[in-house]
Design a protein around this ligand. Structure first.
Ligand SMILES: [Zn+2]
Length: 55
């Protein structure tokens, strides 16, 4: 098990403007992470949209 990414193979970095996704440097094994990152980004966008809807 990768301790760096908790087997998600993606590192999530939280910044002042939101979250940024990076492929895990420990798990770079030729796996295409694009679908995983896309999914996470969609979840993030959906969460933001929900927050904005309340304002
Ligand atoms: Zn990893």
């Amino acid at each position: 098990m990768c301790k760096l990414c908790q087997t998600k193979k993606v590192i999530v970095e939280y910044t002042g403007i939101g979250a940024v996704f990076h492929p895990c440097p420990n798990c770079r094994s030729g796996t295409d992470l694009t679908p995983v990152i896309r999914k996470l980004e969609q979840m993030l966008i959906a969460g933001k949209a929900r927050l904005n809807g309340h304002d």
